[in-house]
Design a protein around this ligand. Structure first.
Ligand SMILES: *[C@@H]1O[C@H](CO)[C@@H](O)[C@H](O)[C@H]1NC(C)=O
Ligand SMILES: *[C@@H]1O[C@H](CO)[C@@H](O)[C@H](O)[C@H]1NC(C)=O
Ligand SMILES: *[C@@H]1O[C@H](CO)[C@@H](O)[C@H](O)[C@H]1NC(C)=O
Length: 800
């Protein structure tokens, strides 16, 4: 019996919810996008802009091949991912390319190329630039791969076998006293497949079970299970149920070596395993090497990991991204029968307003079938039911629809289909009681459960509105939004949001898991035991919007099928920041105010962040350089700096363009065209994009368009540049100086810099308060005026 199993040396513990290994995946972009934004041309490596009419895919190919030709090495190629798309409004084609080496994907070899009118307007590039490993895929698969570590392993193995053969498994799993220090060191460093012959024959290399178990051993929060994996390693391994995945749909993927694996401990769905390369820092520290890894997609109760584990023993976790992110209106367009008693859109939480009866105000473009209809074929509750009806649609009277499945999840588990959800019956009136009583602490949970009808209704209502709102700003089917059915409009379907209210798996938090397009997003909202009666996160719109925005930013950055672009560091931080910014923008009104995040749920005026979002530096002093402070390594702290910067930028745009009372664009005409109303600028030019007229709607549009333009694993600089590029595309750069001035106010001006940053993090930041030369005079027709601080006094959070 082969003992392929291995390695003891678990690299790091899973700290918190996101854990970036120090040798995390690189994000070394050639250059920030759009350095030449003013000209919209490119000046890269001899590539000449094509003519306007050239197909964007063709432009992308010429461009990529030009970039690749700079790398002399053979064996490098690429594929254009089929989640590339053209933005309907701006006409920008977002092309996502994945690097291939020896026919295998390079997991972090991404290029995103933004093309308009035959020209590349910006791009990001993290392709591997070195010489690829000589081994061809055939070599790898036929076991001809030779690694010096094999020799070292053999020596160590012999040594150890001579000594303590019987301690094999415990030792390898790291639970036994060391035997001989040099041997141990040798094994730790070099192999850890110490006991039975590691033959590196075909099926050894292809046997990822040990690597996967090693990962689960590290990833599971259940220490009993970890121990049990150590003790019963072989039986866990044997129980795994492996199915090869064959791709028939894409000629690009025929080389893929991919499997699904059932019966993996502590997972809630089969694991996906795919053979790939990933980039790791080279010895000199000035570039990358390629390492062969198994990429696993592991869905657990509380985490959803994308992990790269080295193929060869010792099976090191090379990088890991958790798709789960913790968090911490107007619009009745076409009234229909369904009504909800809810805190209406724009009321952030129960301290800010009262409930009222609201209609199902679905947006005709975003949700053509309304919120309570789902095609029979896309309804997961009917998967095993043979329906006699031949109806296409199934209409529901519950919180179950095409965009969202909302239900309680007191059990805190993964199941959701049969969980309780309110049923309004034929009256379609979701009008339930909300009157939480002060109780003894022991009874507080039971009291909260009494208003589950109300809380699920609210969650369903808020989530649908956010779906519709983001849709209208371009988070549509091709961009990777969340819907069970896509109305034939492209993108991957069967991925509505599973929204769990009062989730029993925690308190005082919320989270969202974003797998790639075509798989359901999962949102979990918790009760907050910060007061009695308990406060229910489902009722605080800001928290729900923050969570749903993870789905938005993750799907838009780097393309719908790449969920690994906002994993950690600055990019992970911005993943949090966008959510805070959008939640704050949505709750704001014409009279300027400062806003905290999560203040009601947390029962704390200041909210859950270090500072309240404010234009006033005395209230919120965050600047770019703040990221160097102790305590700013975590994604939430980084995120609040980004959200604050965006908040300042947004106020400057509002000063210039005014404020729209309603963030929702006007309802479409019957032919699907959109009237400008008071929302968009009127344009007489055919084919020009619709441009939101007001500062608050414009910044939402620019932020969302920027997500589509920026590269995978963006830094603050990339994201800033992408917003400025988005303005270039949308308005031909009329806000160039306003945006730069806004960013510069908080240290993110043109002279901001970071020194000593490696692709893997670190570095020392310098604030930059300068704007481009073109903005230094009075070149821009704008008169900065003081914001209306009329309403600055802190809001009182009344007791329930
Ligand atoms: C069910 O929903 C579909 C899609 O919105 C709609 O066309 C149909 O009229 C509805 N049927 C009923 C009985 O309400
Ligand atoms: C929820 O609503 C249903 C239908 O009106 C009702 O029967 C049920 O008692 C309610 N649940 C709670 C906990 O109030
Ligand atoms: C605007 O928002 C602030 C803060 O939430 C609130 O105090 C104020 O009453 C609101 N004003 C209007 C006109 O709604």
């Amino acid at each position: 019996m082969r003992h392929f199993f291995s390695t003891a040396i678990v690299v790091a513990s899973l700290a918190g919810h996101i854990y970036g290994h120090r040798h995390a995946a690189p994000s070394n972009y050639d250059e920030a996008p759009v350095r030449q934004r003013k000209t919209l041309g490119i000046r890269t490596n001899g590539f000449t802009p094509m003519d306007k009419s050239m197909c964007p895919m063709k432009v992308a190919k010429v461009f990529i091949e030009d970039v690749l030709s700079q790398t002399a090495a053979d064996g490098l190629s690429y594929r254009i991912r089929d989640d590339s798309y053209t933005d309907k409004n701006t006409g920008v084609t977002h092309v996502f390319a994945r690097q291939l080496v020896n026919g295998l994907d390079v997991a972090d070899g991404d290029m995103n190329i933004n093309i308009k009118d035959g020209m590349v307007i910006s791009y990001g590039n993290s392709f591997f630039k070195g010489t690829p490993p000589v081994a061809s895929l055939e070599h790898i698969l036929t076991g001809e791969l030779r690694d010096p570590r094999v020799e070292a392993c053999t020596a160590a193995r012999q040594h150890l076998r001579a000594n303590r053969d019987s301690y094999a498994e415990q030792f390898v799993m790291g639970t036994h006293e060391p035997i001989a220090p040099e041997a141990v060191q040798n094994i730790h460093d070099n192999c850890a497949t110490a006991f039975d012959a590691p033959s590196f024959a075909t099926d050894d290399i292809m046997d990822f079970r040990a690597a996967l178990l090693q990962f689960m051993h590290t990833a599971t929060p259940n220490s009993k299970l970890s121990e049990d994996i150590e003790e019963n390693f072989h039986s866990y391994k044997e129980k795994m149920d492996i199915t090869p995945v064959n791709h028939f749909d894409s000629p690009n993927s025929r080389n893929d070596v991919e499997f699904t694996v059932g019966n993996v401990p502590d997972t809630v769905n089969p694991v996906k395993a795919k053979l790939m390369y990933t980039q790791v820092p080279n010895q000199a520290g000035d570039g990358t090497d390629l390492q062969l890894v198994w990429k696993f997609e592991v869905e657990m109760e509380d985490n959803w990991y994308e992990a790269a584990v080295s193929v060869q023993p010792p099976h090191k976790i090379v990088h890991v991204v958790d798709w789960a992110s913790d968090s911490y209106v107007p619009i009745p367009k076409k009234p229909v029968v369904t009504e909800y008693n809810v805190f209406p859109w724009g009321v952030n939480d129960p301290a800010e307003g009262e409930r009222s009866i609201e209609k199902e105000s679905f947006d005709k473009l975003a949700s053509p079938a309304g919120w309570h209809a789902i095609p029979v074929a896309n309804d997961p509750s009917l998967r095993n039911v043979r329906l006699r009806s031949s109806d296409f649609w199934r209409n529901t009277t519950t919180t179950w629809g095409n965009n969202v499945f909302a239900q309680e999840n007191w059990e805190g588990a993964n199941a959701y289909i049969d969980n309780y959800r309110p049923d309004a019956g034929q009256s379609k009136n979701f009008d339930f009681k909300y009157d939480p009583k002060e109780t003894e602490k022991v009874d507080a949970l039971a009291e909260a459960k009494k208003y589950i009808n109300t809380t699920v209704t609210q969650l369903f209502y808020t989530t649908n509105l956010v779906h519709d709102l983001y849709y209208r700003y371009g988070f549509d089917e091709v961009a990777g939004n969340f819907q069970q059915y896509n109305f034939g409009r492209g993108g991957r379907e069967n991925d509505g949001v599973i929204a769990n209210a009062q989730d029993g798996s925690g308190y005082n938090n919320a989270n969202f898991m974003t797998p790639p397009d075509g798989q359901n997003g999962r949102m979990r909202m918790y009760l907050w035991n910060t007061a009695i009666p308990y406060r229910d996160g489902d009722l605080e719109a800001g928290i729900v919007i923050h969570e749903l925005s993870h789905g938005l930013s993750t799907r838009l950055t780097g393309g719908p099928l790449n969920s690994g672009c906002l994993g950690w560091g600055e990019s992970g931080g911005m993943g949090e920041g966008w959510g805070d910014f959008l939640a704050t923008t949505i709750r704001s009104n014409k009279t300027y105010s400062d806003y905290p995040m999560g203040a009601w749920a947390a029962n704390r005026d200041q909210g859950i962040r270090n500072f309240v979002y404010s234009l006033d530096t005395a209230v919120n002093p965050s600047v770019y350089k703040t990221l160097d402070k102790p305590g700013y390594w975590g994604v939430h702290a980084i995120g609040e700096v980004w959200a604050e910067i965006l908040w300042v930028v947004s106020q400057r745009l509002i000063e210039k363009h005014g404020y729209s009372e309603d963030l929702f664009p006007p309802a479409p005409n019957d032919d699907g065209s959109v009237p400008p109303g008071d929302f968009y600028r009127t344009t007489t030019v055919q084919g020009k994009p619709l441009v939101p007229k007001h500062g608050n709607s414009l910044i939402v549009q620019l932020v969302i368009n920027g997500m589509k333009l920026q590269p995978c694993r963006p830094t603050f600089f990339h994201a800033r540049d992408a917003i400025i590029a988005a303005d270039q595309v949308l308005t031909e750069g009329e806000n160039f100086c306003t945006l730069w001035k806004g960013f510069a106010e908080r240290g993110l001006g043109v002279d901001a810099k970071i020194e000593g940053q490696t692709p893997w993090g670190g570095g020392v930041r310098t604030n930059g308060f300068a704007v481009p030369p073109a903005c230094q005079g009075e070149t821009e027709p704008e008169e900065p005026k003081e914001p209306e601080h009329g309403d600055k006094k802190k809001k009182k959070h009344k007791k329930d």
